[in-house]
Design a protein around this ligand. Structure first.
Ligand SMILES: Nc1ncnc2c1ncn2[C@@H]1O[C@H](COP(=O)(O)OP(=O)(O)OP(=O)(O)O)[C@@H](O)[C@H]1O
Ligand SMILES: Cc1ncc(CO)c(N)n1
Length: 468
């Protein structure tokens, strides 16, 4: 799909044609750009504007339509009446759907259009207009609405005046959510809301959203679907904005967040296993271990399986050390393996009555999964992580339930080791580092390995009660 942006240049890359081309590409379109004006701007503000002559804007537009099929047009900054006239005249010669972002002021507050009224003739030519609250009021010649219902009412009025769809944007309202609604002359066609992201890096959100809508409409032929997809994309890009470090003012959104990620998958992975975590908390084994009512034979069974498990776990950590890309991580995993063999296994043995049990099917399944996750370092340590992280998480709660007279007092006391919190934090950092270097397919394999290990953790804790 060939998407044309007609807009101004932002040399800092966060808004204008630079943002448009990134958003178009990130949404699967082929981006083209006719430049209406050069701005001198950065994340702090606009220090200069140099408009292109109307004739040369026409020359650019004609060069494109003489050669390339245009599937959708997004219009941004137009600077002055001469350019508006040039664009309006060219639009009369083409048939592509138009998304018009009536850019008047930058996020920084600087003016980017001489006169709001000049835009009016273009509004009739657009399929969708995407004004923010201030632009919406300016186009109607009225005061900005203070709440969402008022914004919707104004959007419907503008839709009626120009027989277009109006995207009402609630981003400038205070509130925990950022609602957007597609409003026709008679009704709200679709409304999508996203949680407000706590960031000052929102430079170019309007440019990005309108370009994404134009691109997704060209792909789907459905405005409501295009808005839904574009809104969801924009939310991810805003959520990933702080991972970029561009300028000291309002920084740009992270246009390619879906390709290179925001860098830290930990919160999302933890959320992915929320159900498994709740499942572990509810297990009879965990509940009874906490309140002390756990049958000693079941505890011994668990301990014997855990000892068998830990021997393999130490092997897997040693292999992670072998695969580790640099010295720090090599040392970390080797140290972990050593500590298990010297410390934890001894502790288990001291609790075990006598003899060695055979590994259960549950235990074997888990260790087989760990051993089989060695196709890459990233996958292996993602598979290793749940044992650290879940043990630390559950352990903190179990340690809190401990007291002098608790039948499993000495065992629960081992969960209170601050050294284990530190080791878990380090293991998470190792996984973060590997994730940062991984491509999308590898990242997905890492996530899958993490989730699978978490499933095995649940089964492992459940096995003493035969309810895995
Ligand atoms: N902090 C935020 N968290 C989530 N979404 C946001 C946030 N800030 C803005 N948005 C969303 O960004 C989109 C653009 O909204 P806004 O009303 O700010 O447009 P704009 O003023 O035209 O943008 P620009 O800053 O590029 O001029 C809307 O979908 C809005 O909900
Ligand atoms: C060139 C340009 N277009 C649009 C905006 C609106 O954010 C901006 N700041 N700069």
């Amino acid at each position: 799909m060939n998407i044309l942006s007609i807009a101004g240049s932002d040399p800092s890359g966060g808004a204008g044609i630079q943002a448009d081309l990134k958003a178009i590409a990130a949404n699967g379109g082929y981006g083209m750009a006719v430049i209406t004006a050069l701005t001198a701007q950065n994340t702090r503000g606009v220090s200069g504007v140099q408009a292109i002559s109307g004739d040369f804007v026409t020359a650019q537009l004609e060069a494109i339509s003489a050669d390339v099929r245009v599937d959708a047009v997004k219009i941004g900054m137009l600077a002055n009446q001469e350019i508006i006239n040039a664009v309006a005249a060219w639009l009369d010669t083409v048939d592509a759907p138009v998304v018009l972002d009536p850019v008047m002021v930058a996020t920084s507050g600087d003016r980017l259009l001489e006169d709001a009224a000049a835009l009016r003739p273009l509004l009739d030519r657009a399929a969708v207009i995407t004004p923010n609250i201030i632009e919406l009021a300016a186009l109607l010649g009225t005061e900005p609405a203070g709440e969402w219902a008022g914004v919707l009412e104004q959007a419907q009025r503008l839709a009626q005046e120009h027989d277009v769809l109006v995207l009402a944007k609630g981003g400038h309202l205070a509130g925990e959510d950022c609602p957007d609604a597609l409003v026709s002359t008679s009704e709200v066609l679709a409304e999508f809301s996203a949680p407000r992201v706590a960031t000052k890096n929102t430079h170019g959100t309007g440019c990005t959203l309108s370009s994404a809508i134009a691109t997704r409409f060209a792909a789907t032929g459905d405005w409501a679907q295009a808005l839904e997809e574009a809104k969801s994309y924009l939310h991810r890009a805003i959520a990933g904005a702080d991972a970029l470090q561009v300028g000291g003012g309002h920084g740009p959104v992270n246009h390619f967040v879906d390709f290179f990620g925001a860098g830290d998958p930990m919160d999302a992975w933890w959320e992915d296993i929320a159900g498994l975590r709740a499942g572990i908390d509810d297990l009879e084994f965990i509940v009874q271990l906490a309140d002390g009512s756990l049958d000693r034979a079941k505890f011994d069974y668990y301990l014997a399986q855990d000892a068998l498990y830990l021997q393999h776990y130490a092997q897997v950590l040693a292999q992670a050390s072998t695969l580790a890309p640099e010295l720090d991580s090599q040392r970390f995993w080797a140290k972990g393996a050593g500590e298990i063999l010297e410390g934890e296994l001894q502790l288990h043995r001291s609790h075990l009555v006598e003899g060695q049990a055979n590994p259960s099917a549950t235990t074997l399944n888990y260790v087989n999964h760990l051993h089989a996750s060695n196709a890459s370092y990233g996958e292996l340590i993602a598979a290793i992580l749940p044992c650290y992280w879940l043990y630390q998480d559950i352990g903190n709660r179990l340690a809190a339930a401990n007291h002098e007279a608790h039948p499993y007092n000495d065992w629960l006391a081992t969960y209170a080791d601050p050294g284990f919190d530190e080791a878990t934090a380090q293991a998470k950092d190792m996984v973060r580092q590997a994730y940062r270097l991984a491509d999308p397919a590898q990242r997905e394999r890492m996530r899958a390995a993490f989730i699978r290990s978490s499933e095995h953790e649940l089964a492992f804790f459940a096995q003493a009660h035969g309810s895995e």
